[in-house]
Design a protein around this ligand. Structure first.
Ligand SMILES: [Zn+2]
Length: 280
């Protein structure tokens, strides 16, 4: 059975912070450096060379199509909610504070429409996207970066400093070092799967967006504890570094982990991740 062909049947789970449409049996497919192309080629003349400027938290959108109107001006300081955008073999995530959103990862090429639909499902649109963060350079995470960036014209783009030279985008990306603060999130450098891999951490809600530093599906991973899987050796050239990164994430004691591949771990993630780190 080629589940990938059926991906639109479980394309997205609705509701802020609610995840759980079963995608059991979905195979972890290759996440490597193979070129998968991009939605579009980078424009060489559309973006100002000074980079994007934006004031997303202080500019209410005119002529809004938003259905949720309970907002304050300081949206970016609001409590974080999240929305999984299940894109077949990989997931992107919307992180929402009030009426502002950040997108973490962009899926394979052709995923922008599904991400837009997820925004709509929470009453938001591209104009509400203040940040697009990619966890690492692999094609199933940056595949729709061009299309997303061209739609979310106000969004600041960013990724880990160590992967930035391998990623193309219509405008410059910010290079995040360990501890950087983005959208009220803490950047956690987690090298191993790629040199510049990052996770993002929301201490207030204890949510960790882990990219491919750890996995929610067991296929090929080094170890699996209660829904939390280790790095995949086949796709992690620096396994020693990847294992160190698992310990680094375990020290955060996250309650919830959102993975690039596999179902999120909702609640109780800290114990599973600590046990996993002990096994690696
Ligand atoms: Zn990857």
């Amino acid at each position: 059975v080629d589940l990938y062909l059926d991906r639109r049947t479980f394309i997205r789970d609705m509701g802020k912070g609610v995840i759980g449409i079963a995608v059991g049996g979905l195979a972890l497919v290759a996440c490597g450096d193979a070129e998968t192309g991009s939605d579009s080629t980078a424009s060489t003349d559309a973006a100002p060379t000074t980079g994007a400027t934006t004031t997303p938290a202080t500019q209410p959108s005119p002529a809004t199509t938003r259905t949720s109107t309970s907002t304050t001006a300081a949206a970016a300081t609001g409590a974080l909610t999240f929305e999984r955008v299940a894109l077949g073999n990989v997931s992107a995530y919307l992180l929402v504070r009030g009426t502002e959103a950040a997108i973490v990862d962009t899926g394979n090429p052709g995923s922008a429409g599904d991400i837009e639909a997820a925004l709509s499902s929470v009453g938001l649109g591209w104009a509400d996207v203040g940040h697009v963060i990619v966890t690492h350079r692999h094609g199933d995470h940056v595949g729709s970066l061009n299309a997303v960036a061209e739609a979310a014209t106000d969004a600041i783009l960013g990724t880990g400093a160590g992967d930035i030279d391998s990623i193309t985008a219509p405008r410059p990306l910010e290079a995040y070092e360990d501890g950087a603060s983005v959208f009220g999130l803490q950047v956690v450098t987690t090298p191993g799967h790629t040199p510049g891999h990052i996770a993002v951490w929301d201490a207030a809600t204890s949510v960790l967006v882990a990219g491919d530093a750890i996995n929610g599906s067991g296929s090929g991973v080094a170890a699996m504890v209660d829904g939390v899987g280790g790095p995949n050796p086949q796709f992690s050239p620096d396994m020693a570094g990847a294992i160190d990164s698992v310990s680094k994430m375990a020290a955060l004691q996250p309650d919830t982990i959102l993975f690039g591949h596999g179902d999120p771990k909702l609640g109780g993630a800290a114990a599973a991740l600590s046990a996993l780190a002990d096994q690696l």
